[in-house]
Design a protein around this ligand. Sequence first.
Ligand SMILES: [Zn+2]
Length: 312
Amino acid sequence: MKVTIEWKYSGAIFDAHTHIGHEGLSNMIDIEEKFGIRKQIGIIHTPEALEKAKSKYPEKFVFAKYLPTSETIRYNVSKLLDEIANLSQEGFSLVKMWFGPRWRDYVEHANNHFRLDNMKLDPFFNKIEQDQIPLIIHVGDPDTYFQTVYSDASVYGTKKENLIQLENVLTRHPTLKLQIAHFGSQPEIHRLENLSSWMKRFPNIVLDTASSRWMARELSKNVDAARSFIIEYSDRILFGTDVGTNRGKRDYYEGRYVAQRLLWETDVRDEPLPFIDKDTEDSGGTFINGLDLPLEVLENIYWNNAHRFYDI
Ligand SMILES: [Zn+2]
């Protein structure tokens, strides 16, 4: 793996999308230090994880509370309001919600007719909008999933139908403070136009670049289009990886960091992704074409934007 590259950017990095359990935390932090990750949003998965991260690494984290998908899809608004009632006393700065369409495969007695834009959820969205509680939200998934695991649109909906539900929430709550994960689930080149219209209509939203393979696979397909999108919205895109504690050793983390740094900072062409992309494993693999972003854009994406958006 290319660890001897001299990167264009040499400053500290803020990772705006990481998952924190209580096992594997110190391993993660040790490796992050070697790759310049100085601060991060930690999405907390167990109470022990919060305690451990708070006490051992007090300066490192901005904590996000994971709101249970199983309650949201039942429109259990009182539970959601309970979850956010003591947010800051518990040590959290924001919340995270996840609606990958495959929640239907995990949640028992799932409400298959759930819609994120159902009016029943409005009291919750009103509250976080009013209190300006930031939310990281994941809606949809890669186009590749919709061609394979979600091919039954009668169960999972089309990708467009999934995205429209979030768009409707944004339209009704125009001042929600939202970090939309995974480039708004729209890093595919043919979706950048729609994403750009969201960015124009909803000036309060920011995007993260979580999932190194998804970003590298799709944004590499048209360097000019990807580069001009990122430069246009360079004050509203946050570096993020989606790495999690206990998911792997050094190679796991290194692969994700190197993939994104090659993508953002260099002009490499047809460079193989430094780890396996399951979505292209059987069709030739994923290759990176670097966007060679200007240094001031990198400074924003890697550090400044997260500090400005989260006021830290
Ligand atoms: Zn994630």
